[in-house]
Design a protein around this ligand. Structure first.
Ligand code: MG
Ligand code: MG
Length: 255
């Protein structure tokens, strides 16, 4: 069932979105060579705690995960595309890090992800991240009343495919509100003019991921959580929680 949100409920998600955006700013500021992923998770926990919010990720145990999720952020490094665990891995100069965070305030969830390079970036990594951000921007731009879910998906895949990157459609976006993962599914690739008609009050997380090697397949790592490229090429993932309003798309996961 798809639950439309009232303007007051959208403001509740917006409050959670501010916390998520603050987590991203703080984690990025601390993500330097030598710092461990676990230490970044600690930074995120402090932000969530001090805001009086809760973590949407901690203890989350979907069917595809081997264990309850042990952290409050996903930290996906280099060839890890999604769901990287915040381990004792120590960041190195030039690592491509994607950070995904979900938080709730008074029972309302928001979810967002960013990708960036630690230290000195390589041009090809910046190009991959920039293309992933353009995918997301195109998807958000298409998230308007009267449009269809396929329009969002097609806008994203058009950008990703034109840039020659690989994409997967198993792990995409989702409705969000009282739970982190609600209906509807928001695919990364689709047919324009098809799928759910978008109406004001629909709140969705839009989250494209791109794989530099151009392949569309991926594999599960031995840890039972991390989804990795099969060719060990790098991957980037970005996400915003977006409300569809009468005035168009409204991004809720910004400060
Ligand atoms: Mg997320
Ligand atoms: Mg999400």
């Amino acid at each position: 069932m798809i639950e439309l949100k009232s303007p007051a409920e959208i403001e509740m998600i917006r409050a959670a979105g501010r916390v998520v955006a603050t987590v991203h700013a703080e984690v990025k500021a601390h993500a330097v060579a030598g710092v461990t992923l676990r230490e970044l998770d600690e930074v995120a926990r402090k932000v969530i705690d001090s805001a009086g919010a809760g973590s949407s990720f901690l203890g989350y145990h979907p069917r595809f995960g081997a264990t309850p999720f042990p952290g409050v952020i996903c930290t996906s490094v280099n060839e890890v595309m999604l769901h990287g665990l915040p381990t004792d891995y120590r960041l190195r100069d030039g690592d491509l890090l994607s950070v995904d965070c979900g938080a709730y305030v008074d029972g309302w969830h928001a979810d967002a992800a960013v990708s960036f390079v630690v230290g000195e970036p390589k041009p090809e990594d910046l190009a991959l991240i920039e293309a992933t951000e353009r995918c997301l921007a195109a998807g958000i731009e298409a998230a308007r009343p009267g449009a269809r879910m396929g329009d969002i998906a097609h806008a994203m895949s058009t950008v990703g495919r034109a840039a020659g990157y690989g994409m997967q459609n198993d792990f995409g976006g989702h409705g969000i509100g009282r739970a982190m993962h609600e209906e509807p599914f928001v695919p990364n690739e689709g047919v324009p003019g098809r799928g759910l008609k978008l109406t004001p009050g629909l709140v969705i997380a839009i989250e494209p991921s791109l794989m530099a090697g151009g392949r569309d397949d991926y594999r599960m790592a031995d840890d039972g959580w991390s989804l990795c490229t099969t060719d060990s090429s790098r991957s980037a993932h970005v996400e915003h929680t977006v409300a569809i309003t009468d005035d168009g798309p409204r991004i809720l996961t910004v400060q």
